[in-house]
Design a protein around this ligand. Structure first.
Ligand SMILES: [Zn+2]
Length: 433
């Protein structure tokens, strides 16, 4: 049998359309696929027959709806071949081998400490992948491509990380990382920014299944947003994943790194939190990022304590301060927990206003918020969502769901990267290579 990449390469336009339907809409009967594609019954028989023969689709039981003879359900062939997705972030690398339906087969991760410049990182990824391919019994020629999700200012078409701050090792400027990897592995590499790939993963195999439009927002050192509309990743000019982060919601707000005032990034990132939680204090030195995360968790614990006190009928609500020990480790002054919680709430509410703008603009019914800020602060998440939901009440017939961290969690980008390779094969225009 031809290799997995060869079988993908040989697909005609109808076969690609059918596989795309099954990937985005889940298993379906021939009848349903005919309705969706407008193809005749005989064409659909021929198509499903050839795709089933080469393993790209398989029968997944029978459709149980309706009576009488139960027609077969077709879905993406689980054993057609392996997909590979890599996430390269500032602090770690994740490598995923998965089936075409994105079910994981093998997951590898390693931290990127100060010893990892571009060459060392490419060597290590290549080494991990060679070992994994040996374990899985596949050769480079069996892998249709490597999806690479990464951060910073990117030239995705040429596979270059133009600039990225925050890597612990120097030298991550103008790095042709896709070329470095494909040279070492003899497999083509396709780069995109991580936010776009995370939203693709959630749409295909996570919380966003069945959604026409889906928005994923990652809150960490910055704000990265991925928007999927009708199966297509929305791309803005310049491909900046942080465009939403620089939407201003307060003209008199804090000065942002982009030169404007009151951008979303001045309310909803870890560095912004360091500043917001320190304001009006005499603290000379700003909190480091680890301390901000710890402090956010302390505020959450305080909330839980208040909740507990309330249930116990206690009277300390609203007056309790964070335990002194926590303040000394996490916060440089004696600001009470209540004051800090109020500042956190104001920032989260402002972020909620921006969220509503994005919801209205994209008409999405689902927003997934993820990243370290959301992961470490339940209060920030709840307040932002409550603020957004209050403003969305004016349109009650279109309810919007918010989710904390989605379904794919920390493997979202690597999973989306793997899925992206298949997208490139299936969505290519006829005549294009
Ligand atoms: Zn800005």
């Amino acid at each position: 049998m031809p290799t997995f990449p060869e079988r993908l390469q040989q697909l005609d336009v109808n076969e690609r359309a059918l596989l795309t339907l099954l990937r985005y809409n889940g298993p379906a009967t021939r009848q349903r696929l005919q309705e969706k594609t407008g193809l005749s019954s005989s064409s659909m028989h021929r198509l499903t027959g050839s795709l089933e023969q080469n393993g790209l689709i398989s029968q997944m039981g029978a459709d149980l709806s309706g009576g009488g003879r139960r027609p077969a359900l077709y879905g993406i062939g689980k054993n057609a071949g392996l997909l590979v997705g890599v996430e390269l972030s500032r602090t770690e690398v994740r490598i995923l081998f998965c089936r075409p339906d994105l079910e994981p087969v093998e997951q590898i991760r390693f931290p990127l400490d100060a010893g990892y410049g571009p060459d060392e990182t490419a060597d290590k990824i290549s080494c991990c992948m060679h070992e994994a391919m040996a374990r899985q019994g596949v050769l480079p020629a069996d892998i249709p491509g490597i999806g690479l999700g990464t951060v910073g200012s990117l030239d995705c078409a040429r596979g270059i990380i133009r600039s990225s701050t925050g890597f612990l090792h120097e030298g991550w400027q103008d790095v042709p990382i896709s070329g470095m990897l494909s040279e070492r592995l003899d497999i083509p590499v396709h780069m995109d920014n991580g936010a776009n790939l995370a939203v693709l993963a959630e749409r295909l195999a996570g919380s966003g299944q069945g959604c026409g439009t889906l928005v994923c927002i990652h809150l960490g050192m910055g704000i990265r947003t991925g928007i999927l509309s009708r199966g297509e990743i929305l791309r803005f000019i310049g491909e900046q994943p942080d465009a939403f982060g620089h939407l201003s919601v307060d003209l008199n707000g804090t000065l942002c790194s982009c030169g404007n005032h009151g951008c979303m990034e001045t309310f909803a990132t870890l560095p912004a939190m360091a500043e917001i939680l320190s304001k009006n204090t005499n603290a000379e030195k700003r909190m480091d990022i680890q301390s901000v995360g710890d402090l956010l968790e302390t505020i959450d614990r305080q909330d839980e304590q208040h909740q507990h006190d309330r249930l116990q009928g206690g009277t300390r609500i609203g007056t309790k301060t964070i335990a002194q020990g926590d303040i000394h480790t996490a916060h440089p002054d004696n600001t009470t927990g209540l004051e800090m919680a109020a500042r956190l709430d104001r920032a989260a509410a402002a972020f909620g206003v921006g969220l509503v703008n994005l919801v209205r603009m994209t008409n999405t019914r689902l927003v997934i918020l993820s990243g370290p800020l959301v992961r470490r602060s339940g209060r920030f998440y709840r307040t932002a969502v409550a603020s957004a939901q209050r403003l969305l009440q004016t349109n009650p017939e279109k309810p919007v769901r918010f989710e904390r961290d989605g379904h794919m969690g920390e493997w979202a980008i690597a999973t989306g990267a793997a899925a992206y390779v298949l997208d490139l094969f299936l969505k290519k225009k006829d005549g294009a290579s």
